[in-house]
Ligand binder design. Structure first.
Ligand SMILES: Cc1cc2nc3c(=O)[nH]c(=O)nc-3n(C[C@H](O)[C@H](O)[C@H](O)COP(=O)(O)OP(=O)(O)OC[C@H]3O[C@@H](n4cnc5c(N)ncnc54)[C@H](O)[C@@H]3O)c2cc1C
Length: 461
């Protein structure tokens, strides 16, 4: 693999794009005029940095303003993320797409964005693997922090007993039907890479059984979660600290200017001043939960989350992640999940907490909900009890959800507006980052070409 990645055309992106993992700008030779165009991005999380990378590799000049940057001491939401890639909708149904039928985007957008991101992470994982094996001469020495691992996702009802008709309470059953039978519009190489396998956990008499070695070895057969079956598939997992550092370094090497600055209030009121002050052509708003204020978007709300980071205990395989519904509400919806994801070969991220509309970042390892979260995880996988207690820590953050789903669209409050939004990624910011950034860049280019916003509130891929 060279230092260049080619992201193929997809149903949503008609043109392939070239990305390079060095200071080189692959498209500069063909797009010399882009050098005279300057894009101002607000937000230094994964959404802003991925958008910056693609713009820079198309030859644009980029400045990023952010009130805070990734750091190990004061991590951004993008670093706190479990950063598990999931075929949307994610999170056992409680991290579902808020408004499936009406919003800025629909499940089809999420899946397209997720598949574009999958392809990117797969290529970065291949590159990281070469570096690990000392074969990285041609690709560089700095890892992105991506690895392809195996996700086991569990269900309480046997999948084969469901109809495949959308079930409001368990969209994951639907999802599994679709993953198994991914239709022809989906690139078959993606289906092959997913490598989906199905496991029965309970036999016809209700006795516990599994047909997977990993599951037999790890899952406590007496656990109370009544999981009936599981599917496994390949999924990228990201070491977010490493990836954010990689992205920050890379965009700076490619010439992006990073300035620490907080923008307060409605971004529309700052539009003219910012465009003038930075001599910029377009503004991209990638401020995560901050978009509630910047885009005056009352549909944005936080879902407080926390994950415990532990040293991977002996007996836990380095390449397996687990996700299951751990509590089902009286109405049949999922109330709590168990989420166990390797961050890298040494560390596991164990979660998760999902508390809607809670803005307080005041949880500790002793908080009752954190203890309950840990008990759920250890009941399911007793091997976690062997984890070294002294090296455990807690990370917490606000997932930037929107009642109207992810928004990647021009600001249409005035058709001359030169703002493109990329926010509201909820619990799927890493899953969607690359696809959303590609769409965002396409919208920026449309605005540059036409000088007008398409006035389309519904995302177009
Ligand atoms: C506990 C937890 C677990 C998660 N697990 C997963 C997972 O497994 N998979 C997954 O895909 N996603 C997961 N997520 C979600 C993911 O973290 C987010 O969707 C993603 O980080 C959003 O990225 P972003 O760049 O849009 O926002 P952020 O990372 O929040 O970045 C926003 C940036 O904008 C800046 N900013 C904000 N306001 C302003 C302002 N007014 N002026 C200037 N700058 C501003 C901030 O300083 C920051 O740099 C999880 C999140 C949490 C909290």
């Amino acid at each position: 693999m060279a230092t260049r990645l080619t992201l193929k055309p997809t149903s949503g992106q008609l043109a392939e794009i070239q990305l390079s993992t060095t200071a080189e700008i692959p498209e500069r030779a063909h797009k010399t005029q882009n050098r005279f165009r300057h894009i101002l991005i607000i937000g230094g999380g994964v959404s802003g940095l991925m958008t910056a990378w693609i713009l820079l590799d198309k030859g644009y000049r980029v400045t990023i303003l952010s009130k805070a940057w990734a750091s190990r001491e004061r991590p951004l939401t993008s670093q706190i993320a479990g950063a598990l890639w999931e075929f949307p909708p994610g999170g056992c149904g409680i991290m579902e797409i808020e408004t499936p039928l009406f919003g800025y985007s629909a499940v089809e957008h999420y899946r397209e964005w997720a598949m574009q991101s999958f392809e990117f992470y797969r290529l970065m994982a291949e590159r990281d693997e070469l570096i690990s094996r000392g074969l990285g001469q041609a690709v560089g020495t700095e890892k992105f922090g991506a690895k392809m691992k195996t996700l086991f996702q569990f269900f309480r009802q046997p999948i084969e007993a469901t109809t495949g008709v959308h079930d409001r309470h368990d969209p994951h059953h639907d999802k599994y039907h679709e993953v198994k039978t991914l239709d022809q519009s989906v690139d078959s190489s993606f289906r092959d890479q997913l490598n989906v396998k199905y496991h029965v956990m309970t036999d016809a008499q209700g006795g516990k059984k599994t047909n997977s070695r990993v599951l037999t070895d790890l899952v406590d057969p007496k656990n109370q979660f009544n999981v009936a079956c599981a599917y496994q598939h390949a999924a990228p997992m990201i070491d977010t600290d490493v990836a954010m550092e990689f992205l920050m370094r890379l965009v700076q090497r490619k010439g992006a200017v990073l300035e620490t600055r907080e923008i307060n209030g409605d971004i529309r009121l700052h539009e003219a001043e910012l465009l003038n002050a930075y001599n910029a052509d377009i503004i991209v708003n990638a401020t995560g939960i901050g978009a509630r204020e910047l885009a005056t978007d009352g549909q944005i709300f936080p879902v407080r989350g926390a994950v415990k980071k532990i040293k991977r205990p002996a007996g836990y395989p380095a390449d397996a992640a687990f996700l299951l519904p751990a509590q089902v509400n009286p109405d049949g919806s999922v109330g709590k999940t168990v989420f166990i994801v390797p961050r890298n070969d040494d560390t596991l991220v164990v979660g998760s907490i999902t508390q809607r509309n809670n803005w307080e970042l005041n949880l500790s390892l002793d908080s009752p909900e954190v203890k309950a979260m840990w008990e759920r995880a250890t009941e399911f996988l007793p091997v976690l009890k062997n984890a070294d207690r002294d090296s455990q820590s807690l990370a917490q953050g606000l997932r930037p959800f929107s009642h109207l789903n992810v928004r990647v669209s021009p600001d249409s409050r005035a058709n001359t507006c030169r703002i493109v939004h990329n926010y509201g990624h909820g619990g799927s910011g890493w899953t969607l980052a690359v696809g959303c950034a590609r769409t965002c860049v396409r919208l920026v280019e449309e605005l540059l070409d036409t000088g007008r916003s398409a006035n389309a509130e519904l995302c177009r891929l």
